[in-house]
Design a protein around this ligand. Structure first.
Ligand SMILES: *Cc1c(COP(=O)(O)O)cnc(C)c1O
Length: 400
């Protein structure tokens, strides 16, 4: 059976060149980068070369890059470190309702520790309004954390505009750019952010690798202790093979971004137009234009997202859904709900995220098999859909 991987927002395969460099490192460089002998110096050299590659990939200075265990740690380190350094100035944090749990749950935990939290709403496309952000900033605001691109619906936020507002008010600005790298430009000077998170496994490096950019001069203080590594910003012996692979992956992502994004946009737009044409009661969710090149997400009325995922999986297609309706517990995505999508509709979401392994043939195959699958599921559906029923369109009007 033809197998199609359409879940690149969840994770990506390791790029062969990144794997090759990682293996070479595993097999031959085993010194501790902190050791002063030749083995250590060799490891240190590999570490600093990887740091230069990551820095170059986002327009940063190597000294501004801290290696971490992934996007989750980068987010937590960014937020906790900024709060740690700014506590004397205030206790107010601003974030958005569509953040990844790594950000949202870190902010919530700070709230439970006594910090004041403002969660900005989003519009029907999942977009934060910069004007709204400007009005939310108060004298005691110490940190703003808003994601660059959304993993669930693909919306690209106007980060440069919001970071400029933060800068004018002297507030530290963090962005989670985990989904952006390699798909849209990520340049810390264009974006004017103070802190920026990356994850390796979303950009064809291994899982358990990541980086945090900390702009020189940013009010940020370490939160973990135990060693002097990473200029005392993140203690512990470095995951050198993973870091070497991450460096290679960032280098490739930056070099191939323009060409790959153009290729993916064609595939994405074909999926979007064909699916909306061929599947009745289907809607695109997320922003129509300001969206990731590899990202197509839909809501199908009268469909349970998980059933659709199972059916697709049986046909060899791996995708994902914003709903986790397992064993009767209804837990639709906080992102879809924040966009004003009603609970029952949020359960019918499907996310297609493409990557470098996907081809025109994958897309052709997918748009052939999806419409009959949706139709069959609707026929069996307990959600009240009957073929040819004269549904009142007004029942279906919601903002997406
Ligand atoms: C995957 C993801 C993360 C978490 O990264 P890990 O490396 O898996 O910890 C954070 N933010 C976003 C937007 C993500 O998509």
């Amino acid at each position: 059976m033809r197998k199609i991987y359409f879940d690149h927002s969840a994770t990506t395969p390791v790029h062969p060149d990144a794997a090759e460099e990682m293996c070479r490192c595993l097999n031959s460089i085993y010194g501790n980068p902190s050791s002063i002998h030749s083995f250590g110096r060799e490891a240190k050299k590999a570490l600093e070369e990887a740091r230069e590659k990551v820095a170059r990939g986002i327009g940063a200075n190597p000294a501004e890059i801290v290696f971490t265990s992934g996007g989750t740690e980068s987010d937590r380190l960014a937020i906790r470190g900024a709060v740690n350094s700014n506590h004397a100035r205030g206790n107010h944090i601003i974030t958005s309702a569509v953040e990844h749990h790594a950000v949202l749950d870190t902010c919530r935990s700070l709230e439970s520790e006594g910090f004041e939290l403002t969660v900005l709403p989003v519009d029907e496309y999942g977009m934060v309004d910069p004007g709204h952000l400007a009005r939310a900033i108060k004298d005691n605001t110490i940190l703003i954390t808003i994601m660059h691109t959304n993993n669930e619906v693909g919306t690209i936020q106007p980060i440069a505009e919001m970071a400029r507002i933060a800068r004018e008010k002297g507030v530290v600005f963090h962005t989670d750019a985990v989904q952006s790298m390699g798909k849209i430009p990520v340049d810390v000077n264009d974006l004017q952010v103070d802190l920026l998170s990356l994850s390796g496994h979303k950009i064809y490096a291994p899982k358990g690798t990541g980086a945090l950019y900390i702009r020189r001069g940013t009010r940020w203080k370490p939160v973990d202790f135990g060693g002097g590594q990473e200029r005392k910003r993140r203690p512990g012996t470095e995951n050198l093979p993973g870091i070497v692979a991450l460096g290679k992956a960032v280098e490739i992502a930056a070099a191939e971004m323009e060409k790959e994004a153009a290729r993916l946009i064609l595939l994405r737009d074909k999926i979007i137009s064909r699916i909306l044409e061929r599947v009745p009661h289907a809607r695109l969710i997320g922003h129509p234009d300001m969206r990731l090149p590899n990202h197509a997400s839909f809501i199908f009325d009268y469909i349970e997202g998980e059933s659709l995922l199972f059916s697709l999986d049986m046909k060899g297609v791996a995708a994902s859904s914003g709903s986790a309706c397992t064993s009767g517990s209804l837990e639709p995505s906080h992102v879809l709900l924040a966009m004003g999508i009603p609970l029952e509709k949020a359960h019918g979401s499907l996310r297609i995220t493409m990557g470098r392994v996907n081809t025109e043939e994958d897309v052709g195959h997918f748009i052939e098999i999806l419409p009959p699958l949706v139709e069959r599921l609707r026929e069996m559906s307990p959600l009240g859909f009957t073929q040819g029923s004269q549904k009142n369109e007004a029942d279906n009007i919601y903002p997406c």
